[in-house]
Ligand binder design. Structure first.
Ligand SMILES: NC(=O)c1ccc[n+]([C@@H]2O[C@H](COP(=O)([O-])OP(=O)(O)OC[C@H]3O[C@@H](n4cnc5c(N)ncnc54)[C@H](O)[C@@H]3O)[C@@H](O)[C@H]2O)c1
Length: 450
C-alpha cells in the first residue's frame, strides 16, 4: 500500500509530469516479506581505517545469503551489476585523514546502488575515542551517514551502527535489519551497540517463536499492526486495551491467535493485575511493548491540568509503573525485551503538544536510564520514535497539512503502521541483545528534529 501521490508519481504519466514540474517522486518502498531475500542485489564491502569488522561482516553476509562483490574501482565507474547495498567498515579511523578512503570507496559504489538500496556504515562510538582527532573522525561518520540519507532517492536509505570493542557479536542483528525491508522507513539513523551475550542464531522466519509478548493499545492503529507482526514472527500476543475498546481488541486477538486483556493501564491496580495475569496464564513474559498513547493537544497557555495529567499518565507514568512492577514481580523471563513507543515530537517538540512531547521525551530518558539494569539481567529496554505514520488519524487531517507533513522527509512519504511494527519486532528478537537503551526513529529521516 502506498499513498495516492506515490502511486501517481510512479505511474508512466505521473513520472513525466513530476519530472517536468520538478516535483518529488517518492520511491515505492520495499517492505519485508517472510521467506524473501534480505536484499535485492549484491552488496559491496569497503573499509576506511583498520576495519576490524571485516571478518564479522563477511560471516554475517554469508549467513544471510547476501552475495558480496569485490569493491568497485575508485574511478567512479558505473559499469557492472547494480548493487543492493554498500557497506563501509569505518572502525579504526584515527583522524579525519582516514576518511578520504571512505569517500573514495563510497562515491563510485553509491553510483551503482539500485532502487531501495542500502548504505550501512559501521564505526566506533565517538564517546569512546582516545583523542580529539579520533573523536572527530568517528563523529564525522554521523554527518556523512545523515547526508548520504538525504542524497539517496528511490526508497534507498543510509544508516550507521556504532560498535564498541567487545560488542562485535551484536553486529548481525542491526546490520540485517538495516539491509532488509523491515527497515523500509528507518533512514539516517545510528544505533550504538553494547557488549552483551548474543545468541549465535535464531529462527529467521519465526524469530519470536515460543515468546509471550504483551502489546498495550493493541485494539487499533499502530498497536494492532504491532500485534499482527509479532504474531507473524511466532509469538503468543497478549493484546491489552481499555474495556471500551473490548470488541475491536477481541477481534485483533482472535485474528492472530492471541489473547485479549481488557485493562486501563492508568488504573492504580493495573501493574499488579498485569503481573498476576502473566504469572497465572503464562508463567512469565518475554516482551512488553508499551504502545498505548493519547494526545490532548492545546497550546500550553490554554492547557488545563486534565489534559496535561491524562497524557502524562498514559504515555509515561504507566510505562514507568508497569515496567517497575514487571521487574519487582520477577515475571520477566531471561532475555526479556521492553520496547517503548516514543515519538518524533519527543525529539523535535511540536506546537500544541507540550504535554505529549514532554511525555514522549520522558520515554527516551527512561529507556536510557534503565538500560544498565536490564543489561545486568541479560535483557534490554529500547524505544522507537515514529514520525509521520499514515493512520486513520492522519487521514482526517486537512489535505495541505497532511501532504506537507508526509513529504518533509528523505523518503518523501509517510510511513505505515507496519514500519513501526517491524522495527519493534526487530528490537524484540533474541539476537538484538546488543541493542540497549537506544531510541530508533521510524521517520524516513524526517527533517523535524533531525
Ligand atoms: N500515528 C502516528 O503518526 C504516531 C506518531 C508518533 C507516535 N505515535 C505513538 O504510537 C502509539 C500508537 O499510536 P496510534 O496512532 O496507533 O494511536 P491510536 O489512538 O490509534 O491507538 C492507541 C490505542 O491505545 C489505547 N489506549 C489509550 N489509553 C489507554 C489506556 N489508558 N489503557 C490501555 N489502552 C489505552 C487506545 O484505546 C487505542 O486503542 C502511541 O503511543 C502514539 O503516541 C503515533
Amino acid at each position: 500500500m502506498a499513498d495516492w501521490y506515490s502511486n501517481f508519481a510512479n505511474s508512466g504519466f505521473g513520472t513525466t509530469v513530476t519530472k517536468q514540474l520538478g516535483l518529488p517522486r517518492p520511491g515505492m518502498l520495499r517492505r519485508y516479506e517472510p521467506g524473501g531475500p534480505v536484499l535485492e542485489g549484491p552488496a559491496v564491502v569497503g573499509s576506511a581505517g583498520q576495519g576490524r569488522l571485516r571478518d564479522t561482516l563477511t560471516a554475517v553476509l554469508k549467513d544471510a545469503g547476501v552475495p558480496v562483490l569485490s569493491p568497485v574501482a575508485a574511478d567512479g565507474s558505473t559499469d557492472g551489476e547494480k548493487l543492493g547495498a554498500v557497506i563501509l567498515d569505518a572502525t579504526g579511523v584515527t583522524g579525519p585523514g582516514d576518511l578520504a578512503a571512505a569517500h573514495d570507496f563510497l562515491a563510485p559504489a553509491i553510483k551503482r546502488l539500485r532502487a531501495n538500496g542500502r548504505v550501512v556504515i559501521l564505526a566506533d562510538p565517538p564517546a569512546d575515542a582516545d583523542s580529539p582527532a579520533q573523536a572527530a573522525a568517528r563523529q564525522a561518520v554521523d554527518g556523512l551517514t545523515r547526508s548520504i540519507g538525504k542524497e539517496l532517492r528511490d526508497g534507498s536509505t543510509a544508516n550507521a551502527i556504532y560498535v564498541p570493542e567487545g560488542a562485535e557479536a551484536g553486529v548481525a542483528s542491526p546490520l540485517i535489519f538495516f539491509l532488509s525491508g523491515r527497515s523500509a522507513y528507518v533512514d539516517g539513523q545510528g544505533v550504538t551497540l553494547s557488549a552483551a551475550d548474543v545468541p549465535a542464531t535464531q529462527d529467521d522466519e519465526k524469530p519470536l517463536a515460543g515468546k509471550v509478548v504483551v502489546v498495550t493499545g493493541a485494539a487499533r492503529g499502530i498497536g494492532a499492526s504491532i500485534a499482527q507482526v509479532i504474531a507473524r514472527d511466532g509469538a503468543h500476543v497478549v493484546a491489552v486495551d481499555i474495556p471500551a475498546a473490548g470488541d475491536s481488541l477481541a477481534k485483533v486477538a482472535n485474528e492472530i491467535g492471541g489473547t485479549a486483556l481488557q485493562l486501563d493501564i492508568t488504573a492504580d491496580d493495573a501493574p499488579q493485575r498485569l503481573v498476576e495475569h502473566l504469572k497465572e496464564r503464562h508463567g512469565g513474559v518475554d516482551v512488553i511493548v508499551h504502545n498505548a498513547g493519547i494526545t490532548r493537544d492545546k497550546l500550553l497557555v490554554n492547557m488545563d491540568a486534565a489534559r496535561w495529567n491524562s497524557v502524562m499518565a498514559v504515555n509515561l507514568q504507566a510505562q514507568l509503573e508497569i515496567t517497575q512492577a514487571l521487574l519487582d514481580g520477577d515475571v520477566l523471563n531471561p532475555g526479556a525485551r521492553v520496547v517503548c513507543v516514543s515519538s518524533q515530537s519527543g525529539i523535535a517538540g511540536n506546537r500544541g503538544q507540550t504535554n505529549y512531547a514532554a511525555s514522549k521525551a520522558g520515554v527516551i530518558g527512561m529507556v536510557r536510564a534503565w538500560a544498565p539494569t536490564f543489561a545486568e539481567r541479560g535483557a534490554t529496554i529500547n524505544a522507537v520514535a515514529p514520525g509521520f505514520i499514515v493512520t486513520e488519524m492522519t487521514a482526517k487531517m486537512p489535505f495541505g497539512t497532511r501532504e506537507v507533513g508526509s513529504r518533509l522527509n528523505s523518503l518523501q512519504q509517510g510511513g505505515l503502521p507496519v514500519d513501526v511494527a517491524e522495527t519493534i519486532a526487530w528490537l524484540a528478537q533474541p539476537t538484538s541483545a546488543g541493542v540497549n537503551g537506544q531510541t530508533v526513529r521510524v521517520c524516513g529521516q524526517s527533517l523535524l528534529g533531525a
